[in-house]
Design a protein around this ligand. Structure first.
Ligand code: S5P
Length: 273
């Protein structure tokens, strides 16, 4: 499987331009860290992005938790993404009928398509949600070309998650069906072995983002469940997502460096490098 290849090899061979960019960033910065920057003001978000920028591959936002979202948020994030060579992932978890998610993604109050390279969705509504988002991003008038991609939320880290079984296998089906827009999954493990009604293409190379990564905690009081970078990468994560483990640490920059080093060493061990 492709999970045994280096980021550089995956960057060289991937048919999707955004996946190539993602792997190139990882290789160039020796980082598979996505920081989940779940802070609530633009100033805090941009400050974190600037300080952690050198050590991360991706910044993950929940843009709707900002109390002061504005054009300044977008301009600032875009500038820092260029300055530090990271990608932006808006964790909006679209989950509605196709007609609604198209409007939530493109234009609207948050103008997500304008600044987020990566978005994610749940497949609870069925195949139509993936089809609708792909249609918007691949329409000839879409201004951001091939610089946009989707992750399917195939599993969740919260206690008692219902994103299992046929939900997870449908996630793999739709990823295979809409491969030109779907980069991969948010999941706790590699899913290519999951039983799917759509045959695997021998060249498929889905990217696995694993959240719920924390070096010093096993979980929180609201059902979050953590694993370490080593464990996540051992199970198939290509990118590890850490929120409080980094931004709520006494020294977030030191924490980011620590997750970067551990995440990188674990990936190198997996690919035998
Ligand atoms: O299954 C999931 C999927 C996601 S995207 N579990 C999660 O925790 N997340 C997100 O990852 C969640 O919304 C939050 O932004 C981040 C985890 O934050 P942490 O502080 O617990 O590391």
């Amino acid at each position: 499987s492709k999970s045994q290849s280096t980021y550089g090899a995956r960057a060289a061979n991937h048919p999707n331009p955004l996946a190539r960019k993602l792997f190139q960033v990882a290789e160039a910065k020796k980082s598979n860290v996505t920081v989940s920057a779940d802070v609530t003001t633009t100033a805090e978000l941009l400050d974190l992005a600037d300080r952690l920028g050198p050590y991360i591959a991706v910044i993950k936002t929940h843009i709707d938790i900002l109390s002061d979202f504005s054009q300044e948020t977008i301009t600032g994030l875009n500038a820092l993404a260029a300055k530090h060579n990271f990608l932006i992932f808006e964790d909006r978890k679209f989950i509605d009928i196709g007609n609604t998610v198209q409007k939530q993604y493109h234009q609207g109050t948050l103008r997500i398509s304008e600044w987020a390279h990566i978005i994610n969705c749940s497949v609870l509504p069925g195949e139509g949600i993936v089809e609708a988002l792909a249609q918007t991003a691949q329409s000839p008038d879409f201004p951001y070309g091939q610089d946009r991609g989707l992750l399917i939320l195939a599993e969740m880290t919260s206690k008692g998650s219902l994103a299992t079984g046929s939900y997870t296998s449908a996630s793999v089906d739709y990823a295979r069906k809409y491969q030109s827009f779907v980069l991969g999954f948010v999941s706790t493990r590699s899913l290519t072995e999951v039983e799917s009604t759509v045959a695997a293409n021998e060249n498929e190379d889905f990217v696995v983002f694993t959240t719920g990564v924390n070096l010093s905690s096993k979980g929180d009081k609201l059902g979050q469940q953590y694993q370490t970078p080593q464990s996540a990468i051992g199970r198939g994560a290509d990118f590890i997502i850490a929120g409080r483990g980094i931004y709520a640490a006494p020294d977030p920059v030191e924490a980011a460096k620590q997750y970067q080093q551990q995440g990188w060493e674990a990936y190198m061990a997996r690919v035998g490098g």
